[in-house]
Design a protein around this ligand. Structure first.
Ligand code: ADP
Length: 259
């Protein structure tokens, strides 16, 4: 993939050969509060992008706008060729293309892991029960918890629940995976198993946007690090440049605090 990161102007969007997500001048306000301002961002197919920055900087809002869990206030968002407007068909198409993994797993507690995985393919895509089951088993194997399929979420460890949530998202066979702090609710010993699962997805070529404070993971997996503060992208560069020579005082302060 041809991704050139400008080292002199780290706020500039790099040249992307095959864009799959594009944001132009995206802003988001909650009441009078500006959570995102003027975000320009292009993500390439297969690219792994880590979004970091202080709490409240707009990271979660940014990825939630990409699958329209939050509706952006201004600007344009195009995901896999579909612009997010009021068109419900396009919104549904974007949601089908983007799997989302949340900090708190968001599994349905009254359904087994297998049922959690079968639900969206059956309801949203009209996949038959047997095929949905096969898909579910395939992806539960992929995250190495097929032996937990008949259990309820509360019977699993946090790490297993998060892997089940990843499998559930994969069952929709998305083109893009969005992760919103997927390890921050986990006990330290479970963080590794979830990061390993995510690394393996990354190695398979999945396009990934991940909000995380796991900087070791970012260093290893990311093609690009985006650093946000106060609702803006303050800098973006490859992990080598970002970690060894952040170009803004805000990023330097953030790294000092987190590393
Ligand atoms: P981050 O993910 O970087 O911690 P968020 O995107 O969650 O930041 O939040 C950005 C800002 O928007 C924060 O100040 C937060 O309080 C505010 N915010 C987020 N969601 C809402 C909401 N639903 N209503 C009002 N303010 C919100």
């Amino acid at each position: 993939m041809d991704i050139q990161i400008a080292t002199t102007e780290r706020r500039a969007t790099p040249t992307i050969k095959e864009p799959i997500i594009r944001l132009d001048g995206v802003s988001k306000t909650y009441g009078g509060f500006q959570a995102l301002s003027g975000i320009d961002l292009v993500i390439g197919k297969g690219e792994k992008v880590i979004i970091c920055g202080p709490s409240g900087s707009g990271k979660s809002t940014l990825i939630r706008c990409i699958n329209h869990i939050e509706r952006h206030s201004h600007g344009r968002i195009v995901v896999n060729g579909k612009e997010l407007t009021n068109n419900t068909k396009d919104i549904a198409a974007v949601r089908r293309d983007t799997g989302m993994v949340f900090q708190n797993f968001n599994l349905f507690p009254h359904l087994t892991i297998l049922e959690n995985c079968c639900l969206a393919p059956m309801k949203v895509k009209g996949v038959g029960r047997e095929q949905a089951r096969e898909l579910a088993i395939h992806y539960l194997r992929r995250v190495r918890i097929s032996d937990q399929a008949s259990k309820y979420p509360s019977q699993l460890s946090g790490g297993q629940q998060q892997r089940a949530a990843i499998a559930r998202a994969l069952c929709m066979q998305p083109k893009i995976m969005l992760f919103d702090e997927p390890t921050s609710a986990l006990d330290p010993e479970m963080v590794k198993e979830v990061l390993e699962t995510m690394k393996s997805l990354a190695n398979d070529g999945m396009t990934m946007l991940c909000v995380t404070h796991e900087m070791g993971f970012a260093r290893e997996v990311a093609d690009r690090i985006i650093f946000m503060d106060h609702g803006s992208i303050v800098e973006q560069s490859d992990p080598g440049a970002f970690f060894s020579a952040p170009s803004t005082e805000r990023a330097k302060d953030f790294l000092k605090m987190i590393l």
